[in-house]
Design a protein around this ligand. Structure first.
Ligand code: PEP
Length: 246
């Protein structure tokens, strides 16, 4: 899978043009291609992806309650009813700017799964944690808290995105070996808790300054099953090149 996270960018007209251009550049994709779009564009982009085999639409967040007095929020049920396929949960920007932690993200994951929207669960360590050599411990804790009470059948619906925070939007990319080491660690954790079957079928994406010129090397690593792409997903030709690198 290659998923683009547009974040808070593009007007509806710009978003429609971007998605259309990517679809034209890519043609029939050899992998799943996901557009993570601003909430106001979900139905419009869903209308495009539903006609383009291999393309899907993702929300960038959702609320953990079903409905109620939560001004400004969107529920899993609303996403499902709008035909949204995936929801990005636990992105480092949601953790940093909106105080989300893995207990809250776990609650969101359960609601998304119950509604039939597949979570793309983001995890990853900050620079000081990596420098202290504690990255596996921290990411391991995130995974445990967010995912380890799910049933195996629920876990099969979850996509994991490993996104070292020091690589997001910085232009600094994890080396293919750093990405592989963490992905293998995550897959071992999934194996130990959910079993081999689930571990082998879990899609683990790498995110953090993926670009057309580094995608092939990253995607070539055995446990890297694709990418979650921020900045580079806003350029149709560049994003299409990343899709083709998988
Ligand atoms: C992201 O925000 O998920 C991301 C990976 O951003 P970028 O590709 O810009 O580093």
């Amino acid at each position: 899978m290659v998923a683009g996270n547009w974040k808070m960018n593009t007007t509806p007209a710009e978003g429609a043009a971007l998605a259309q251009a990517v679809i034209e550049h890519v043609g029939t994709p050899g992998t799943k291609v996901v557009f993570g779009v601003p909430a106001i564009q979900l139905t419009q982009i869903q209308a495009l992806t539903s006609k383009a085999p291999g393309f899907y639409v993702a929300a960038q967040n959702m609320h953990q309650e079903d409905s109620g007095a939560y001004t400004g929020e969107i529920s899993a049920r609303m996403l499902a009813a709008a035909g949204v396929d995936y929801v990005i949960l636990g992105h480092s920007e949601r953790r940093d700017y909106f105080g989300e932690d893995d207990t809250l993200i776990h609650a969101k994951i359960l609601k998304a799964l119950a509604a039939g929207v597949q979570p793309i669960y983001c995890c990853g360590e900050k620079l000081n944690i990596r420098q202290a050599g504690n990255h596996e411990m921290v990411v391991g804790k995130q995974i445990e808290q967010a995912l380890f009470t799910l049933e195996a059948e629920q876990m099969r619906q979850v996509v994991i995105a490993y996104e070292p925070v020091w690589a997001i939007g910085t232009g600094v990319t994890a080396s293919p070996e750093q990405a592989q080491d963490m992905h293998a660690f995550i897959r071992r954790m999934i194996h130990n808790y959910f079993g081999q079957d689930v571990a082998e079928s879990t899609t683990i994406l790498y995110g953090g300054s993926v670009k057309p010129d580094n995608a092939e090397e990253l995607f070539g690593m055995p446990d890297v099953d694709g990418g979650l792409v921020g900045g580079a997903s806003l350029d149709a030709a560049g994003f299409a090149a990343i899709v083709k690198a998988l």
